[in-house]
Design a protein around this ligand. Structure first.
Ligand code: AMP
Length: 468
């Protein structure tokens, strides 16, 4: 994966969507050209390759080019707020920038006095929602990618001529669940178009004979299944359904078993901080495997460990799949993450914030210990929204909550205290949209007269939810 040679002998279709397809021969040619251009432009001060994307088909070429060029890649979506893009560029300081739609490759330079360290072992940096209002850069090492591919290949059934489906945005590491096995194994990618939520997915002609390894969040599939025509007759060749990123419900697993009786369903689990996914459990009999209405995410074994959190068990991940650190946040380089004596990645630990149950050796995801939520498959830290609201001149205090129905989040609401007669919901949303991606903007900004306080003098989320 880290050398040009690795890609030279692959054949057939590399990447395809409904309208277009890129063969492995063209992929290789593009890759060679891109690596050459990077080598011409590259200077020792360059610290990373920014991949500015618009969810284009050619994106995996640039990921491969960054890996081969031995520079960490940083995906940024062109539709992200300008403020977020600037913050990321300032943290990187100096590097190479690739525009995936035009193929233009150029250098960039920011006048930052004090740029945070990027370890030489870094393969990519993915920026996620942070509680302070600033995006957090998760730095993942090259060896962690190799560890991920080993884990992937030994946990999912190998199928000849595999096409990994790809539906997630390139800015989330779920997209790498398809891209890394594709690059390592020389198989194919089926890029699903955005389209209507319940639009019937159609396998591109060039992949009709392939075996599909489906990768998505459960939410994405839930919406697709609203279309009753989605079943074994419309797509005959899905060998594996691999879900990750949020809880897989028993109902969804059963529906899939019903519509695709020959396919195998897997519930995978992992945070961005531990290289995409760290465990998977095949769901063969959803009812029998469930515990307290939850499906298992993992077996209790290395690299997972349970910590008694007083509030139940918190899941900790140990070992080389854990990030080296958040970019610029030295505080995470404490012994909790990296052994400060040995500096060995194997000594890394990451407390996930996931509260879990244990039953008969299996782990079940119950809840979060913090304000991070998964809404429509997106990771959103609700305190990040409040941190940005706190900077608004007309807001004295705010509390953003996720409103749920039947165990799934249906909307986000920010409850705000304001004494200003000029308070305006739309202006507050505009303020948020300068800093947050569209999916993280609460559907409602609710002005309240007071914030309810419980008997224990804490903010009463229960009372606020009643208002919701
Ligand atoms: P992300 O960093 O976006 O991949 O989000 C990681 C978080 O998503 C985890 O810490 C969990 O809270 C949640 N998550 C990921 N996979 C699962 C799963 N299979 N079941 C329940 N929650 C999950």
């Amino acid at each position: 994966m880290f050398s040009l040679n690795h890609y030279s002998d692959f054949s057939g279709t590399a990447v395809a969507c409904q309208e277009r397809s890129i063969s492995w021969a063209s992929f290789y040619k593009e890759l060679v050209d891109c690596c050459q251009r990077i080598a011409e432009l590259r200077r020792s001060k360059h610290r990373a390759i920014i991949i500015m994307h618009d969810e284009d088909l050619a994106y995996p070429v640039y990921v491969a080019a960054a890996l081969v060029s031995d520079l960490p890649f940083v995906p940024i979506c062109k539709t992200d707020p300008e403020h977020k893009t600037k913050q990321i560029l300032n943290k990187i300081g100096s590097g190479i920038c690739i525009d995936t739609s035009s193929g233009l490759i150029k250098t960039f330079e920011r006048k930052a006095l004090d740029v945070p360290t990027i370890p030489a072992s870094t393969a990519y940096i993915i920026f996620t929602s942070g509680s302070t209002g600033d995006p957090k850069g998760v730095m993942i090492d090259k060896h962690s990618i190799l560890g991920f591919v080993d884990w992937f290949n030994s946990n999912f059934p190998a199928m000849p001529s595999t096409a990994y489906s790809l539906s997630a945005s390139y800015s989330f590491d779920l997209s790498l669940m398809s891209i890394f096995p594709f690059l390592a194994n020389g198989q194919s990618i089926w890029r699903l178009e955005k389209g209507e939520a319940n639009e019937l997915p159609t396998v591109p002609n060039s992949l009709k004979e392939h075996n599909i390894h489906w990768v998505s969040t459960p939410s994405f599939m839930q919406l697709k299944l609203l279309n009753k025509a989605l079943n074994e007759n419309s797509i005959a060749n899905i060998g594996v359904f691999n879900f990750c990123g949020e809880a897989l419900s028993i109902q969804l697993a059963k529906k899939l078993k019903d519509r695709f009786p020959k396919s195998r369903v897997f519930n995978s689990y992992g945070p961005t901080e531990a290289t995409i996914a760290i465990s998977t459990v095949e769901i063969e009999q959803p009812d029998q495997q469930s515990f307290n209405s939850l499906l298992p995410i993992a077996k209790l074994q290395y690299p997972l460990q349970l910590l008694d959190s007083g509030n139940g068990f918190e899941l900790q991940i140990n070992g080389p799949q854990v990030m080296s650190a958040y970019l610029g946040e030295a505080i995470l380089n404490t012994p909790d993450i990296v052994n400060t004596v040995s500096k060995e990645p194997v000594a890394r630990r990451y407390k996930t914030g996931d509260i879990v149950d244990l039953n008969k050796g299996h782990i079940y995801f119950k809840d979060r210990a913090d304000s991070l939520v998964k809404y429509r498959g997106y990771r959103i830290d609700l305190s990040e929204i409040d941190a940005i609201l706190a900077e608004h001149q007309h807001i004295e205090f705010s509390k953003t909550l996720a409103i749920s129905k039947d165990n799934s989040i249906i909307r986000l609401v920010s409850f705000c205290l304001s004494e200003s007669p000029a308070f305006c919901e739309n202006r507050v949303k505009t303020h948020l949209s300068k800093r947050l991606p569209q999916y993280a903007i609460p559907s409602e900004i609710r002005l309240v007269d007071s914030i309810p306080i419980s008997k224990r003098h804490k903010l009463s989320t229960a009372a606020l939810l009643e208002l919701g």
